[in-house]
Design a protein around this ligand. Structure first.
Ligand code: SF4
Ligand code: SF4
Length: 166
């Protein structure tokens, strides 16, 4: 495991509960300006984050493949949607198509790059959903992601600095 990911994992063990407690309170008492604050924080987070040193999302989580994703990516490989699903995906209890493999089969583990970057699932392109509106409706997502995603972790730390104790 890379030094970056090891260091992040130690940080998670140390701070996860504190960050999740803050998110619970934020969900219950969101400030009126939360979406505006999130936009500013988002820019700061990405100026300080290098996804190519990380790839935790591609290693530890699965995207959801919507129909457009399935059409686009299976066509790229010259496969039918059914063959693509049979080779790599399973349907979860909510009827969503997810990766069987973790890390994702499309991750180049040496470079941390996505080998289908230009046509990756929308869920991957949108991850980690930091500026989704209204932010308060995505706090349950951030509570999960804070464990895997350094960008989400940083965002929550910055929100604590700005919003303070709730
Ligand atoms: S499709 Fe690409 S971006 Fe999405 S999980 Fe796989 S490797 Fe990561
Ligand atoms: S989105 Fe988050 S988990 Fe994924 S590579 Fe970037 S920092 Fe890591």
């Amino acid at each position: 495991m890379s030094y970056y990911r090891k260091k992040f994992n130690l940080n998670v063990i140390q701070h996860r509960s504190r960050l999740r407690r803050f998110l619970t309170k934020l969900e219950q008492h969101p400030p009126k300006t939360l979406d505006l604050i999130a936009e500013v924080v988002d820019k700061e987070v990405w100026a300080e984050t290098n996804c190519l040193a990380c790839s935790n999302c591609c290693r530890n989580m699965t995207p959801t493949f919507n129909f457009q994703d399935l059409k686009r990516i299976s066509a790229h490989f010259g496969m039918t949607i059914s063959a693509f699903k049979a080779q790599w995906l399973y349907k979860n209890r909510r009827g969503e198509w997810m990766n069987v493999n973790q890390p994702c089969q499309f991750l180049d583990r040496k470079t941390n790059m996505c080998t289908i970057y230009a046509i990756r699932p929308k869920d991957c392109a949108d991850f980690p959903h930091l500026t989704k509106k209204k932010m308060v409706d995505y706090i349950h997502v951030h509570k999960q992601n804070v464990q895997y995603c350094p960008a989400t972790f940083k965002m929550v730390e910055k929100l604590i600095e700005r919003v303070g104790k709730l």
